[in-house]
Design a protein around this ligand. Sequence first.
Ligand code: FDM
Length: 216
Amino acid sequence: SNENNNARGALIVLEGLDRSGKTSQCRRLHSRLVEQGIPIELWRFPDRKTCVGQMISSYLANKSQLDDQTVHLLLVLTVGRKGFPYFMSLMESKLKSGTTLIVDRYSYSGVAFSSAKGLDIEWCKAPERGLLAPDLVVYLDISPEKAAERGGYGGERYEQLEFQREVSQQYQILRDGTWKIIDVCLPVEDIEKQLRELVLDCITTCQRGKGDIGSA
Ligand code: FDM
């Protein structure tokens, strides 16, 4: 039988503190895999271009105030959600057609950042039910202190050492044995290589049609 009938793309999520290097690693990974001819797209949440995304962006930039529950629920709406604004069905059809998605932050960010403010973690997780389950979650591991030393905290609301310490603790609670951890104090080429190997492995597994697209 033709293996490719089953071929589907992989849903790959990168998580980590601010300044852990997610965005640059996602970009490098994406362009390397494009060069290799792998059908792949780079996504990020929250998408600040949507109308709710703009509310969030203004909140993150300290230009508006929202209470913690409201922000959490707004973010929930923007992250891969069914029907709003069609992210989930779009993601699903991309995966089914064989395109791999590299996603810079997913629902774990939502839970980590909101529970870091003291919201109940189960309350934070509840609306995440039914999202597409990633095939691979990679956590770029950096201590909050090291991240702060990297400089370039852009002055957004969450970019503060104390808060990032809390977020880091919440990520430790959230991550399970399936998460792959990369120490981002390694030289950047090594990080890139480790990441690429994990991702290529995952893509191969999904191409073999092992397992359906899961839901969380
Ligand atoms: N963030 C991101 C949340 O608080 N909840 C979420 O659900 C998501 C997806 O938004 F500080 C936070 C995490 C981070 C900010 O920053 C987005 P970047 O620099 O765009 O990743």
